[in-house]
Design a protein around this ligand. Structure first.
Ligand SMILES: NC(=O)c1ccc[n+]([C@@H]2O[C@H](COP(=O)([O-])OP(=O)(O)OC[C@H]3O[C@@H](n4cnc5c(N)ncnc54)[C@H](O)[C@@H]3O)[C@@H](O)[C@H]2O)c1
Ligand SMILES: O=C(O)C(=O)C[C@]1(C(=O)O)C=C[C@@H](O)C=C1
Length: 362
């Protein structure tokens, strides 16, 4: 198998690493704007060759992954059209799908296109931050066209699953409606909140100084790439605008409830969100979902860690990792204990609590 990548940053690099791991003999070629990254990928053994411009080298690829920002991906279709073989599948990883599907239709390339979008990522960009396990256990949305051969869709779905992601075939309109709500609006909220705090801070910047877990948890994604997010917003304007309208209305409702001191309504706001948030499925949240960790108050005595480890070992519970953490979330240092599976973690919590350890679960 030969696979081509155009754009080899966080997502392209992560997929290339997964392909290299699960299909070591695959020939992987890549063209990217950042020359240093693709050269590093060759040095890492992740890809075989750097391609300076889009040429016949892409002609015999089984799959070509477009992994640049969304609007840039769409621009490559035209260059690829005269080059690709009849069975080649061009796929992308872009966060919006309508724009690229419309370009594919305009160019009459539907039989050779399957849209793709792994629901995993980070606020960090670039090949240097790519990880083989990034897409593992993450939903990977697949948006075929009406003319993509069904066998090609099935083969591609199996390929995605073989990289340990969770394929989900969906139409591209639904994709853009859904992602506006669970990804695009949250990014706008995070960035606008950060900018609001920047503008409302005291002259001596006390808000910035004391900002703690709450602010940091909800705004991590405000550090994401402006180039990528500008293109996402510009290619899903209608869906984002619609849900933004509903969101603004919900904020106005909350403001009215506050102004009128409707405490029951405010209680209901937090109660409903807590129940829904707590019901989110754990499966499909990317590699982080597979971390089974707890935090435990440090016992301030010599050999404290050894005692705790011995209690767990004598109950046949293996530890994956154990270490002291100094985190702003906890007043004192705590012990972070990581397990191999959920069952071990649950048993450990029960046993340690019986021994009067104070445990914090995530
Ligand atoms: N970051 C995420 O969380 C995330 C998650 C899922 C999907 N995506 C989608 O994946 C795609 C890539 O995002 P990323 O996070 O990997 O970004 P990134 O910035 O880490 O990587 C983009 C890569 O594309 C290259 N590039 C940029 N413009 C190019 C062009 N015109 N031609 C060739 N190469 C170009 C860059 O040099 C870089 O190597 C985007 O379409 C994005 O919507 C991102
Ligand atoms: O975890 C993050 O940092 C992300 O923003 C990942 C995230 C998201 O969940 O919104 C971002 C964009 C993608 O298209 C898919 C996933």
């Amino acid at each position: 198998m030969k696979i081509g990548f155009i754009g080899l940053g966080l997502i392209g690099g992560s997929i290339a690493r997964a392909v290299r791991y699960f299909y070591p003999d695959t020939e992987i070629i890549a063209h990217s704007r950042t020359r240093a990254s693709v050269e590093q990928a060759v040095a890492d053994g992740v890809i075989n060759r750097v391609i300076d411009q889009i040429d016949e080298d892409f002609s015999d690829c089984t799959y070509i992954f477009l992994c640049a920002p969304v609007s840039s991906n769409a621009k490559y279709l035209e260059q690829l059209k005269p080059l690709i073989g009849p069975d080649c599948i061009i796929t992308d990883v872009g966060s919006t799908k309508t724009d690229i599907h419309e370009k594919v239709t305009d160019l009459d390339m539907e039989a050779n296109f399957i849209g793709g979008h792994p629901m995993a990522g980070s606020e960090k960009t670039g090949y240097a931050n790519s990880k083989r396990i990034l897409i593992e256990n993450a939903y990977y949305m697949i948006t075929p066209t009406e003319k993509t051969p069904r066998e090609a869709v099935e083969t591609y779905r199996d390929f995605v699953a073989s990289l340990k992601a969770l394929p989900l075939v969906i139409d591209y309109h639904t994709h853009d409606y859904v992602t506006a709500g669970i990804s695009h609006l949250p990014h706008i909220i995070a960035s606008s909140l950060v900018n609001l705090v920047k503008d409302e801070d005291t002259k001596d910047g006390i808000m910035k100084l004391v900002a703690a877990g709450g602010f940091k948890d909800i705004t991590r994604i405000a550090s994401s790439s402006p180039e990528m997010w500008e293109q996402i917003c510009m290619t899903n304007r209608k869906n984002i605008s619609r849900i933004l309208t509903d969101y603004i209305a919900s904020l106005e409702k909350i403001k009215d409830q506050l102004d009128e001191a409707k405490s029951g309504a405010i209680y209901h706001l937090f109660e409903t969100s807590r129940d829904y948030r707590n019901s989110l499925p754990v499966k499909g949240n990317g590699p982080l979902a597979r971390i089974y960790e707890i935090y435990c108050d440090m016992v301030d005595e010599a050999g404290g860690i050894a005692t705790l480890a011995t209690i767990l070992a004598s109950n046949q519970i293996s530890l994956k990792n154990i270490g002291i953490v100094h985190s702003r979330e906890f007043i004192e240092a705590v012990l972070r204990i990581e397990f191999y599976d959920e069952e071990s973690m649950k048993s450990a919590i029960e046993i340690l609590r019986k021994h009067r350890y104070v445990i914090y679960e995530r």
